[in-house]
Design a protein around this ligand. Structure first.
Ligand code: MG
Length: 162
């Protein structure tokens, strides 16, 4: 059994993680359209990771003998204009997800749900990495984006993400 408030937030987070996958799939398509196949592959891999996050929470809810209510996944709500803007939207989105994760932890703490606090530890660490990765993409694009040869190498390197 899970605390009702915590369960509702976890249920919503399944949806938010799937939305993240949608958003990154959208980014992937945009980057592919700009001829940046490596960036496109990187974001597609990121979309897969987001689905794994959703499944992790889905499994946790079920492991606690509770049901998951699958909600409608929103259409990606960010208008994509240029490469750097997309990268910055990625960071903004991860900062938003961090705030959601922190809120789940906060409510679990208030409700003395120690099990969920421990479960959320993984996501708190993961968000640190996600923000770091998003910032790194911005830094690299700002440094190499205007030099075609350097951008070619950067794109190739990002395409190797596994
Ligand atoms: Mg995630």
């Amino acid at each position: 059994m899970l605390n009702e408030k915590v369960k509702a937030l976890l249920n919503d987070q399944v949806n938010k993680e799937m939305y993240s996958a949608y958003l990154y799939l959208d980014f992937s398509g945009f980057m592919g359209g700009k001829g940046l196949g490596g960036f496109a592959a990187w974001y597609k891999k990121q979309a897969e990771e987001e689905m794994e996050h959703a499944f992790k929470i889905y499994d946790y809810i079920h492991a606690n003998n509770e049901e998951v209510e699958l909600l409608a996944i929103a259409k990606p709500g960010v208008a994509l204009t240029d490469e750097l803007q997309v990268l910055k939207e990625g960071l903004k989105h991860e900062q938003y997800v961090t705030s959601l994760i922190h809120n789940i932890y906060k409510v679990a703490m208030e409700e003395k749900d120690y099990r969920t606090m421990q479960f959320m530890d993984w996501f708190i660490k993961e968000q640190c990495e996600e923000e770091e990765n998003a910032q790194e993409l911005i830094d690299k694009f700002e440094k190499y984006g205007k030099d075609a040869a350097a951008l070619y190498e950067l794109d190739k390197a990002l395409g190797k993400r596994d």
